[in-house]
Write a protein that binds this ligand. Sequence first.
Ligand code: NAG
Ligand code: NAG
Ligand code: NAG
Ligand code: NAG
Ligand code: NAG
Ligand code: NAG
Ligand code: CU
Length: 593
Amino acid sequence: MVSPILSVASLATLAMAQDVPWSGFDKWSHNSYSSLGSKQADHLPWFMKNNPLPAGKPWGLRNADTNYYTDYPITGVVRSYDWEVSKQSCAPDGVNTTCLLVNGQYPGPAIEANWGDTIQVKLTNNIADEGTGIHWHGILQKGSQPYDGVPGVSICPIAPGESFTYSFPAELYGSSYWHSHYSSQFASGLNGPMIIYGPNSSSYDIDLGPAQLTDWYHEYYEDLLGNLAKPLSENPQYPYSKNILINGKNPYDCDYADGRDCEQAPIARFNLTSGKTHRLRLINTSAESLLKVSLDGHKLKVMANDYVEIQPYETDVVTLGVGQRTDVLIEGKTSSTQGAYWLRAVAPHDCAANDGQNVGKAAIYYEDADDSQLPFSSPNDGYDNSDCFNDPLEKTVPVMALDPGEPGESVDVSMEGHSNGTHGKWWMNNVTATVDYSDPILLRAKMGYTDFPTQRNVYQYDSSVDSVRFIIKNNNGNSHPMHLHGHNIFVLAEGEGDWDGTIINPSNPQRRDVQLVRANGFLVIQWFQDNPGAWPFHCHIAWHLSLGMIIEILESPELIHKDVKVPSTVSQTCRDWWAFNEHTPIDALDSGI
Ligand SMILES: *[C@@H]1O[C@H](CO)[C@@H](O)[C@H](O)[C@H]1NC(C)=O
Ligand SMILES: *[C@@H]1O[C@H](CO)[C@@H](O)[C@H](O)[C@H]1NC(C)=O
Ligand SMILES: *[C@@H]1O[C@H](CO)[C@@H](O)[C@H](O)[C@H]1NC(C)=O
Ligand SMILES: *[C@@H]1O[C@H](CO)[C@@H](O)[C@H](O)[C@H]1NC(C)=O
Ligand SMILES: *[C@@H]1O[C@H](CO)[C@@H](O)[C@H](O)[C@H]1NC(C)=O
Ligand SMILES: *[C@@H]1O[C@H](CO)[C@@H](O)[C@H](O)[C@H]1NC(C)=O
Ligand SMILES: [Cu+2]
């Protein structure tokens, strides 16, 4: 079957992870290491102060109750980045492999902006034989739709040797990340954090910044995909991750490196200050793994999910699906025994395919701790529990309240994993989708076309439909983190079996941009049609996405034709791609995204 996930009794993973080699060193400036999670990492500010405005918050009187979908500041400040993507060997956890890096770093550079700034990124593709394209996860792209950056949907891939400049407003605020949306490139390191400073209703003293959490593989993504996408008769292999990294760090036990080049590598670290409240931004950039995050001896107070701040609640363990973010507050202890603790990110075997180390750890030091020693704290109860779903929706109440109302249109969507006769595939409403790199649907809709081949799986809702509800039934034994571009979705209900019609917190349901649907369970989502564009709705597990688990939503096609702006640089990506493809035809291994 497509996903013979789960089951593998792996190497003695826990014991391995407790036992990491450590020499107290903290190198970060070479071999792809970024300074995130190192001694050199700075705490983040409350907001960026280098503004033309005289003083005060750049968003003026707007606060956490302001409806950010209809009212965001325009500061006039442009935050510019110049990035170069390259394919090179790297060893973030000590094992030598092949990565896709931006400016030589993994994780890639962090984007920082204030709410209402414009983010501008010039990307140069220096990969010799692959296209690329960056997606800014969770950004709505109202008025800047092509910069959503999905090759074959909103733009063509950026061809080798070419540059392209993305430019879009930071219209939401909070914690997120950027990642390649070209095939499964993001599984080989092409991602990094994106922090947008804005109002807060919970208060904190210190912003520890991002904790980017990910599963990690010791093979290049094309090799993993090549083995996965083989005909069933040739025994395809589902990719198993080898490690869990925190800010790109977590040394691998070289005794288990199967004879590969393996060396010592640094561990991520953070400082806590006693008596202070700390904000930590958990970002799940996994390809596949669901993660359980906990801090030994501490509670975590959840204050935001994705780009939506919520009424805070306490928990011992936070669950993150791929693409999900959760901002937590950590109260610094005040007793005399502050010491050192482990932050843990566990990929439970029931919810993730891993046959190496399945616990990522970062060292957390109070000011009284000896930071040349590793912590020896014990995990919280339930830190590795196997519930492959998010916290109950009852607990997650957005600070800025919005009522979704009744939907203009309601659609049943089924999800399956089965063969197409010869190859394993993932299906949504009986279609396993592929994109066409050379023919993005947004650009086609801009020209007034609305007919698409079945395998694009295009669902169109014109502007007379004010909101759309998807009632999703997962007929499959895996959970899937479902992501919609261009919107924060209302999450009306999720659970086991079939939906009984109950909506949780109906006048102010949870909103976010990724939500897990359980194995054999249901998920009911809804969104306002307030953003004409081409928006993929897909499973965020790289390997499921690659095998077709995609619906392409064309929102208000007549308004795309009339209003959406397509800069000439966007059409140029297609001319460059066609030219490249003519002499180097790309043999797509997968759905394309
Ligand atoms: C954490 O504390 C250590 C030891 O005092 C110091 O060297 C390091 O720079 C601090 N890091 C941060 C991010 O404050
Ligand atoms: C990593 O592997 C590459 C490709 O096999 C090789 O060229 C490089 O020298 C290796 N690096 C290290 C540090 O072993
Ligand atoms: C937001 O956080 C800042 C920094 O901790 C704090 O000074 C401010 O009081 C917080 N805002 C609210 C409404 O709590
Ligand atoms: C990231 O998401 C994946 C897919 O849902 C999940 O398996 C993994 O546990 C998540 N990781 C974390 C750290 O939450
Ligand atoms: C099944 O999938 C393979 C690989 O994508 C493809 O080549 C083949 O044409 C598909 N078969 C059918 C019947 O669509
Ligand atoms: C999908 O196929 C099944 C089995 O043939 C059929 O019962 C169902 O109606 C189809 N669903 C859609 C949306 O076409
Ligand atoms: Cu999936």
